[in-house]
Design a protein around this ligand. Sequence first.
Ligand SMILES: [Zn+2]
Length: 139
Amino acid sequence: MESMGLCPFCDIAINTQKITENKTCILTVCLAPYHQHHLLVIPKRHVEKIIDLTKEESDDSAELQKVAISLMNKLGHDNLSLFTKEGLSSAKTVNHVHFHVVPEIHLTNTENTMIENREVITPYQMSHSVAKFKNILVN
Ligand SMILES: [Zn+2]
């Protein structure tokens, strides 16, 4: 697909910023987090519409969403949100299907207010965060 070279999630999928992965999806940290423990499940293939996910991609993403939820629980987060966005209202987000797993937020606050306050984390911060979650995953 033409947009692949410009898609940051296609870049993430091919570099090493993975907490874990299965055949078709990866679990990683969010580059512009709503919360310090904001995770993303991203299909490795560049897919722009949820309806275009294969059954395997849907199943694999659901599996990694459960891993993310288990990590949240280990960190003591019992309040969490699992969501994905698609369409014009989500124009500010990356046009590659991704599932958010975010603790301790109220979704009504994110669309117009919190999104303006999101800061993109550095590659160092991202590596640090990925390492932290990998460590929790194996312990
Ligand atoms: Zn992509």
